[in-house]
Structures are given as structure tokens and as C-alpha cells.
Design a protein around this ligand. Structure first.
Ligand code: ATP
Ligand code: RIB
Length: 293
């Protein structure tokens, strides 16, 4: 079973600060790094580092060749990655505070040029039982969901960053939603966790839900069961890409047909390693590193 990830690739500009800058204020940062990121790229790397086959579909500018190389070096199939000469690659401005929390400003750039022929070309390479993974940093997400559903592929959707437009996507075709607390609140328009899960399960009865809760762990719910998995307590340096690491490892385990509880536990383990290092892609662990947790 193969995973096809339709996703963003970003150049991350990471600024270490004591606290986030406020409106009208100028704040000096203590450290600056330019790193590889993007929710899509991070999730593909996590899948590959977990040991599962993954093909990445997306677009970069000519300034983003390091993004392509980073994926290829980790064993991701980049044959369906397009280079758009007229567009700059996507980028993100990321503040990381003393508690390891982040604040992200995102510019789509080339990520917003994923064409229908590129989508069709990638889906033509899929086979029955393959998994299609999508986040919300690229264009044409509704078309990807429709086309993947028409091929009976398993659709995993991480609606990040969340926007009101997502509510009009064909979400009833999604098999697995993976959402953090704020995405779940925006999707359900509820605030309490119990209300969120009840509302989403009623609205999308054929779907399964994974709600990630930061340092509290994660909850899985389908029509038959609910599984709660605690996070692994650790020193937190930077939570950037914790969600992406969790999703990549969860989907990799799912593609290997592991039991859901094991998928969740492995994902939590991998994400707990991610938060111990600053940056996105560079903080995603390899599977062999999970043995020491
Ligand atoms: P981010 O946007 O920071 O990448 P997210 O908001 O998408 O993350 P979270 O729910 O914050 O997602 O975290 C995803 C998973 O990462 C959690 O379910 C948990 O397993 C792990 N995790 C996050 N924060 C911590 C932490 N401080 N300590 C240990 N594990 C953590
Ligand atoms: O989820 C983390 C990612 O979000 C960063 O790498 C940044 O590029 C933004 O897309």
C-alpha cells in the first residue's frame, strides 16, 4: 500500500524570541535560522522516516530545489513534484517562544499552483487501497478529495491551516480527519472536546476522527470505539511540526495495517521526539530513534 501526499513545501524562516511580538512593537530575536518545512513536506518526510513508501505531489519555485532534495534524500518519490519557474516557493515566518510554542505567518507562493493535470497524473499512478493524504496549504483541495474518492482511495485530511472555505469542501468523502484542538473547534463550531466529537461524528458518520491535544496526547473516535492515548512527557524546545510528525507516523502505521491504538502510540512517540529539537523537517525523527523513548 502506497501513500500519495498532496502537500505544501516551504522555506521556513525561524526566529527565536522570549515572547511573541505584539501589534505595533519591534522585538529583537535571539536567533534566526532558515530551515526546510511546509506541512506537506514535513508529513512526507515523517512517513518516509517511519519507513513507508510515499510519493509527494506539489509545486516549488526555482528557489526551492533544496526542498526537493530534502525529500529525495529521505527516500520520498518526488517524480510528481513540479518546478514553476514563474513562482517563488512557499515560505513561512515562524516565531518560537521560550516555552517552545510557535506563531506562524504563511505565504503559499508556488504551493497555490497545483494544477488539475498534475492531480490527475499523480492519481493515475495509484492503485486500490492506496492512501491519499492532504493538508490545506495548497490549492485545489476539493478537486483532490473528489477525484481520490472517485477512485475509492482512502482519504486522510488534515485541515491545516483551517479556514472557513474548508466547511464547503466535500468533507463527507474524507475517511480520516486528523485535527488539532483549534481546527476541531473551527470545524465543529463547538469548544468542548465531547461536543466536538459528537458533532463531527453526527455530521460525517462514515468518517473516523483523530483529535490531537498537544501535551495531552490524542483521541481517536469512530462509530464503534474511542481510544485515548497520552502524550509522552518530555522537555519541549519547539512544537513546530509536532502535528506533522504525528500525522506522518500515524499514516505510515495505518498503511502497514497496524491496529489503531498502535498507530496512535507510535505517532505520539515520534511527535514527543520532534518537540525536543528546534525547526520543522530537521526535527522529525527516524524510526530507529523511537526505540530509545
Ligand atoms: P504543531 O502545529 O505545533 O505542529 P499541532 O497543533 O498540529 O502541532 P498538537 O496537538 O499540538 O498538534 O500536537 C500533535 C501531537 O504531538 C500530540 O498529539 C502529541 O502526541 C505531540 N505533542 C505535542 N506537544 C507535545 C509536548 N509538549 N510534549 C509531548 N508531546 C507533544
Ligand atoms: O506545521 C509546521 C509547518 O507549518 C511549518 O514547517 C511551516 O512551513 C508551516 O507550513
Amino acid at each position: 500500500m502506497k501513500i500519495v501526499n498532496f502537500g505544501s513545501l516551504n522555506i521556513d524562516h525561524v526566529y527565536q524570541v522570549n515572547r511573541f511580538v505584539e501589534p505595533g512593537e519591534t522585538l529583537e530575536c535571539s536567533r534566526y535560522q532558515q530551515l526546510v518545512g511546509g506541512k506537506g513536506l514535513n508529513q512526507s518526510l515523517a512517513i518516509a522516516r517511519a519507513g513507508a513508501p510515499v510519493m509527494h505531489v506539489g509545486s516549488i519555485g526555482t528557489d526551492g530545489l533544496l526542498l526537493q532534495k530534502t525529500l529525495a534524500d529521505s527516500g520520498v518519490d518526488v517524480s510528481q513534484l513540479q518546478v514553476q519557474p514563474s513562482e517563488a516557493s512557499g515560505h513561512a515566518i515562524i516565531q518560537v517562544d521560550a516555552k517552545g510554542e510557535n506563531c506562524i505567518l504563511y505565504h503559499g507562493g508556488a504551493n497555490q499552483t497545483v494544477s488539475v493535470p498534475a492531480i490527475d497524473g499523480a492519481l493515475a499512478l495509484t492503485r486500490q487501497n492506496d492512501i491519499v493524504l492532504i493538508q490545506n496549504e495548497i490549492n485545489n483541495v476539493p478537486a483532490i478529495i473528489d477525484k481520490a474518492a472517485a477512485k475509492n482511495l482512502t482519504i486522510v485530511f488534515n485541515p491545516a491551516p483551517m479556514s472557513t472555505a474548508v466547511l464547503n469542501y466535500p468533507l463527507e468523502k474524507v475517511d480520516y480527519f486528523i485535527v488539532n484542538q483549534s481546527e476541531a473547534q473551527a470545524l465543529s463550531q463547538k469548544s468542548d472536546i465531547h461536543d466536538i466529537l459528537t458533532t463531527l461524528s453526527a455530521r460525517y458518520p462514515a468518517s473516523k476522527f483523530i483529535l490531537t491535544l498537544g501535551a495531552q496526547g490524542a483521541i481517536y473516535q469512530d462509530p464503534l470505539q474511542q481510544i485515548i492515548v497520552p502524550a509522552i512527557t518530555t522537555d519541549t524546545v519547539d512544537t513546530t511540526a509536532a502535528g506533522d510528525t504525528f500525522i506522518g507516523y500515524f499514516v505510515a502505521e495505518l498503511s502497514a495495517r497496524k491496529a489503531i491504538k498502535q498507530c496512535l502510540e507510535t505517532a505520539c512517540k515520534a511527535a514527543s521526539l520532534c518537540v525536543q529539537t528546534i525547526g520543522a523537517a530537521n526535527s522529525i525523527p527516524y524510526r530507529r530513534e523511537l526505540d530509545i523513548v
